[in-house]
Design a protein around this ligand. Structure first.
Ligand code: PBG
Length: 309
């Protein structure tokens, strides 16, 4: 192995920095390399700079990855660490997801101020979230609740909640765990009732296709069950992403060499939905995810996607 340090790209939010640090320690451990062999390079992305509008309004996916991807392609960075959930469905030519770290718990968590759980919140409570999926799932459960756009880092959202701007907010358990802020959680949502976003809870590493030095390095920390699960979920998303303003949820349970995927699409008001579940071999993860996507797309019909966008 060469002695030139690897340049790791990341966003600058506390969560992103925690993810980059975890990746670096796993690499140091797996290869017996010193910290100096990894240089963490922090970049600001469009998604970090625009914090007052819903992500779906400002262009959705790619907002958190574009700047990092440019520097990967130009060779400034060797690889980039991301929340898989924030990755665009289609990556630029020449880049790929080459590794996943072991997935954290993929459930959503409620941080309640005026009540601990979604069902216990007062009539017409206000919940802060910028996610179309969370908005639709909340309305499906509690049509009286008003969901307002709520963005910024996890710490910013918790501050807004404590200031009384909302009755509750929803956050990914994975992010709260990585920040050591599980203490604020008042309810953990059951994925069968409140399914997470595809790829939630998984950290991925993006690198150049065919860059042997980097691929050899990353192979040692890739977690195969996470790789298969998230590949299945991303394949589901890919089939449905022609309608990128659709609330989409889905998660995979891996058991040995088998997996079971459950997917759901909803209208933003949560009144209509199409669910799918499929199981098979991990080796067929992508095929199964696509098949699930096609199943719900066919069941929903074109009218489903056209009815609000
Ligand atoms: N879009 C923000 C984002 N991207 C990934 C996570 C959580 C961590 C993860 O899913 O790995 C979050 C915050 C949240 O949804 O609470």
């Amino acid at each position: 192995m060469q002695t030139k340090p690897f340049r790791i790209g990341t966003r600058g939010s506390p969560l992103a920095l925690a993810q980059a640090a975890e990746t670096r320690s796993r690499l140091m451990e797996a290869h017996g390399l010193p910290e100096e062999m990894f240089e963490v390079v922090v970049l600001s992305t469009k998604g970090d700079r625009i914090t007052d509008r819903a992500l779906s309004e400002i262009g959705g996916k790619g907002l958190f990855t574009e700047e990092l991807e440019q520097q990967l392609l130009s060779g400034e960075l060797d690889f980039a660490v991301h929340s898989s959930k924030d990755m665009p469905t289609w990556l630029p030519d020449g880049l790929e997801i080459s590794a996943y770290l072991p997935r954290e718990d993929f459930r959503d968590a409620v941080v309640g101020r005026t009540a601990p759980s979604l069902t216990a919140l007062p009539d017409r409570a206000i919940v802060g979230s910028a996610s179309l999926r969370r908005q639709a799932l909340i309305r499906r459960m509690r049509p009286d609740i008003e969901v307002i756009v709520f963005r910024g880092s996890v710490e910013t959202r918790l501050r807004k909640l404590n200031e009384g701007q909302v009755d509750a907010t929803l956050l990914a358990l994975a992010g709260l765990k990585r920040l050591g802020r599980e203490d604020v959680i008042t309810e953990l949502l059951d994925p069968t009732e409140f399914p997470p976003a595809p790829a939630q809870g998984a950290i991925c590493i993006e690198s150049r296709v065919g860059d042997r030095r980097v691929l050899d390095l990353l192979e040692a920390i890739n977690h195969k069950p996470t790789y298969d699960a998230v590949s299945c979920e991303r394949a589901f998303l890919e089939v449905l992403d022609g309608s990128c303003r659709t609330p989409i949820a889905g998660y995979t349970i891996v058991d040995g060499d088998h997996l079971k995927f459950s997917g759901l699409i909803l209208t933003p008001d949560g009144t209509q939905e199409h669910a799918v579940s499929i199981d098979g071999l991990c080796a067929d993860a992508v095929k199964l995810g696509r098949q699930a996507g096609e199943t719900v797309r066919t069941a929903a019909g074109p009218g489903f996607f056209a009815s609000w966008s």
